[in-house]
Design a protein around this ligand. Sequence first.
Ligand SMILES: [Fe+2]
Length: 183
Amino acid sequence: MEKKEKLNSLADLYVHELKDIYSAEKQITKALPKLAKAASSDDLKKGFQEHLKQTEGQINRLEKIFRRLGESTSGPKCKGMEGLLEEGSDFTEEPASAEVLDAGMIVAAQKVEHYEIAAYGSLCTFAKLLGYDEDLDLLKESIAEEEETDQKLTVLAESYINQAAEESSIIEESGAGRGKSRR
Ligand SMILES: [Fe+2]
């Protein structure tokens, strides 16, 4: 167990949640280069690389907020993000066609985005209530980027990646097959 922090007020909870998303963003910066490397679609690869730059900017915004609050950035590791990223990286190690792997990485990335959107959404609500207007502006910039990323992933999946995955599985089935050979 991590050492107990006091959570007596909404302001305490705000700091607690800031530390959670900070840990999540830090973990994401380590995962994105691996996802970019594993992606076959150039659009998806580029998407992951662009989101890495955005994530670094989001970390800078959070650090600005911590400085304003006089709080350190250190806190417990975000276990939710750890689990989501672990599922994503386990998936990239499965035997899969390149197209199915791309489709699966989009699923994993969208789960990550939705976690972040939920976190930033609550932080925006708290900052507004607490009268932390400067924080609110910064948090709104980050949530807008996460929402945009989520939408871009949907467009990529629906424009051709899911279709390519669907076609790749048909080819595998009608061809010699992989894994167990049937005789
Ligand atoms: Fe993020």
